[in-house]
Write a new protein. Structure first.
Length: 145
């Protein structure tokens, strides 16, 4: 499981006194917070991927804010954490692959411009963590439009 890999990496980072230890601790804390938030909640790989995606999105926003504010050192720290999180995420699809899946979905659903939300939902279910929502959104707009 992905959670077990993260915990093992955190243990190794503690022993090696590696700089990514704080990043792994934050990630583990997010996973544990999910597990204690309700009865019988288990952090499956899908849940951990959702937590990772949320963390990456937050760090991208923070890095943009730091960059706009002129704090490039803090922005670089956030980008470094993103790079470390991506190690646990599945390989990301390219733009061409996403467009192909979007086109297939539109054809299957016989969708028109009014079906944007339905197409987005169907495509996001198919790409499940392998494509950025913004890229999917742009492809759906372009191909429906």
């Amino acid at each position: 499981m992905l959670k077990d890999q993260i915990i093992a990496d955190m243990t190794a980072a503690m022993k090696a006194r590696a700089p990514e230890l704080d990043t792994l601790r934050m990630l583990k804390a997010d996973i544990m917070k999910y597990e204690v938030s309700g009865a019988d909640k288990v952090a499956t790989d899908d849940v951990v991927l959702d937590i990772l995606k949320r963390s990456v999105k937050q760090r991208k926003e923070a890095a943009d804010g730091f960059t706009k504010g002129g704090n490039t050192e803090a922005a670089q720290k956030e980008l470094g954490e993103i790079a470390y999180f991506e190690k646990y995420m599945p390989e990301q699809m390219g733009e061409d692959e996403v467009k192909k899946i979007v086109q297939e979905t539109i054809d299957q659903m016989s969708a028109g411009p009014a079906d944007f939300g339905k197409v987005m939902g169907a495509v996001m279910g198919k790409v499940k963590g392998q494509a950025d929502g913004g890229m999917v959104n742009a492809a759906v707009k372009e191909l429906l439009g």
